[in-house]
Design a binder for this molecule. Structure first.
Ligand code: NOJ
Length: 528
């Protein structure tokens, strides 16, 4: 691996692989579900794209009720995805291509099929087996009311009652019981899990629901603002509720201090990035104090509306918040939980133009950027038919859920499964739309104007002009134009509806054509 004075993750571009939907290699020639050998076979795509690392979503033993975020055995591979030996092969191959590998850690909850939860169900109320989770008696004369008013992120109450009358807490699906991190056995178990993957050679961890492990000890009711009282809990992106006894408890930071000591005891720059949907940029920064985790996803950028002033504000605010913690920022526009960004920006040609422009602006910012598989192809959110939907939140709420951003990738050919796997024509686990033939990796690799060609150019140019550059960044809006200055480069993004003037200088790259030397709407450029 190449070494440099700053740790690799500091300004890395990390590509998120959603394992079920990336590439299908098992059992040869494939069952329609992506897996570890599939990822290994497609690592050259990531090398050519020019990313520094990949983050792989959970591939551990799991009944797949939340597609791997319900873990039954944290130290083994689910047979759907391969075996431990397949993971080792993936890791060695990635390292030989100078790609780092980050794995997902899911510490807030286990699957209901985890040995601990099965033991808890078999044991009596009040037993040590139950004390690893949050079991409580119900309210009301016969205990038939849930212990508090918390709602699941996936809809409905956050409590499920057992036949013996006890209730257990699950902030997500009822198959994902929350652990009780106040029980020391839990912390010890996760230190073992961390070590088992570090010993195998992983470069880092993405920490699922990092802000959730501790709940306020009283498990008191949440105080709901008037208008949402009795309604569905907040979504993962738009937080409306401010009193949150289930999130962001101060004790959680001791967990990350312990993990930091473990990470630092290994050679190489092992790291961890928090998925923490915090209420403010300032509380996000608490997760990345020097003795805690290395990075936290900055969801502020992802939630920002299409506006130069808002982009400038989120850039300035994010940089200020993380520098108070002496850390580097991160940026992300899409992931497996949110609507893909071309669709969020309105879809169609202008949605794609905006998406490319936002990506180009993002790639000029200091710190690290996270890409989600398929964004390099300009994929949009897919309207998945109700009978094909699989997201647990769909079953709990009847809302479409997240399947539309998880449709398996199109690699080649003109019809489903577009080279995803399954040479016998086996169809992927979520159906792909007709009409993706022009969006395959194969088709776009041959077209210099494609979104794939644009991403490759942008990542190569980023390496050339920003790697190791001074982080001092000034972001402001000039009317409808976002202007960012960093490392002698001026980045402009036109979020308005009229063409804008292009600054003087050499255009290093633009997200779309620049006819007549002006900056058209929905376009960004880097100027030296
Ligand atoms: C966040 C993950 O990104 C999401 O996919 C999952 O459903 C929840 N955490 C629960 O683990």
């Amino acid at each position: 691996m190449t070494t440099s004075p700053t740790p690799w993750w500091y300004d890395a571009v990390v590509y998120q692989v959603y394992v079920r939907s990336f590439a299908d290699g098992l059992p040869s020639p494939g069952d329609g579900i992506g897996d570890l050998p599939g990822i290994t076979s497609r690592l050259p795509h990531l090398r050519e794209l020019g990313v520094d690392a990949l983050w792989i979503t959970p591939f551990y033993t799991s009944p797949q009720k939340d597609h791997g975020y319900d873990v039954a055995d944290y130290s083994d591979v689910d047979p759907l995805f391969g075996q431990l030996a397949d993971f080792d092969t993936l890791l060695v191959t990635a390292h030989s291509l100078d790609l780092r590998v980050i794995v997902d850690l899911v510490p807030n909850h286990t699957s209901d099929q985890h040995a601990w939860f099965r033991a808890a169900l078999a044991a009596a109320p009040g037993s040590p087996e139950r004390a690893r989770y949050l079991f409580r008696e119900g309210r009301g004369a016969d205990g038939s009311e849930p212990p508090n008013n918390w709602m699941s992120i996936f809809g409905g109450p956050a409590w499920t009652r057992l036949p013996d009358g006890s209730w257990y807490l699950h902030l997500f699906d009822s198959t994902q019981p929350d652990l009780d991190w106040r029980n020391p056995e839990v912390g010890d178990m996760f230190e073992g899990v961390l070590r088992s993957w570090l010993d195998r050679g992983v470069d880092g961890f993405r920490v699922d629901v990092a802000h959730g492990l501790y709940k306020e000890e009283s498990l008191r009711d949440q105080v709901l603002p008037e208008k949402s009282a009795g309604k569905q809990a907040e979504s993962m992106v738009e937080r409306v509720v401010r009193d949150e006894p289930m999130w962001e408890q101060p004790e959680v930071h001791d967990v990350y201090r312990r993990w930091r000591r473990v990470l630092d005891s290994y050679d190489g720059d092992r790291m961890a990035v928090a998925e923490a949907w915090t209420q403010t940029a300032e509380s996000m920064a608490e997760f990345i104090r020097p003795d805690e985790l290395h990075q936290a996803f900055n969801f502020g950028w992802l939630s920002t509306p299409w506006s130069a002033a808002d982009f400038a504000e989120v850039i300035t605010g994010s940089i200020a918040a993380v520098s108070a913690a002496a850390a580097a920022p991160t940026w992300v526009l899409s992931n497996h939980d949110v609507v893909r960004h071309p669709t969020r920006y309105g879809g169609g040609p202008s949605g794609l133009a905006r998406a490319r422009a936002a990506t180009l602006a993002m790639l000029a910012l200091p710190g690290s950027a996270y890409l989600y598989q398929g964004e390099e192809l300009g994929l949009e959110q897919v309207e998945v038919p109700p009978e094909a939907r699989q997201d647990p939140s769909w079953f709990r709420t009847g809302e479409p859920g997240r399947d539309g951003c998880r449709v398996p990738l199109p690699w080649s050919g003109t019809a489903p499964p577009y080279g995803f796997g399954g040479a016998d024509g086996t169809q992927p686990w979520i159906p792909q739309p007709e009409g993706w033939g022009d969006l395959t990796v194969e088709a776009q690799a041959a077209d210099p104007d494609s979104t794939l060609a644009f991403y490759r150019r942008a990542l190569a140019t980023r390496r050339e002009v920003f790697r190791g550059a001074d982080d001092t960044t000034v972001a402001e809006s000039d009317g409808d134009v976002l202007v960012v200055r960093r490392a002698g480069i001026t980045v402009v993004l036109n979020a308005g509806t009229y063409p804008a003037a292009l600054p003087e200088g050499e255009v290093l790259i633009s997200s779309g054509p620049l006819p007549g030397d002006v900056l058209p709407p929905d376009t960004a450029a880097w100027i030296r």
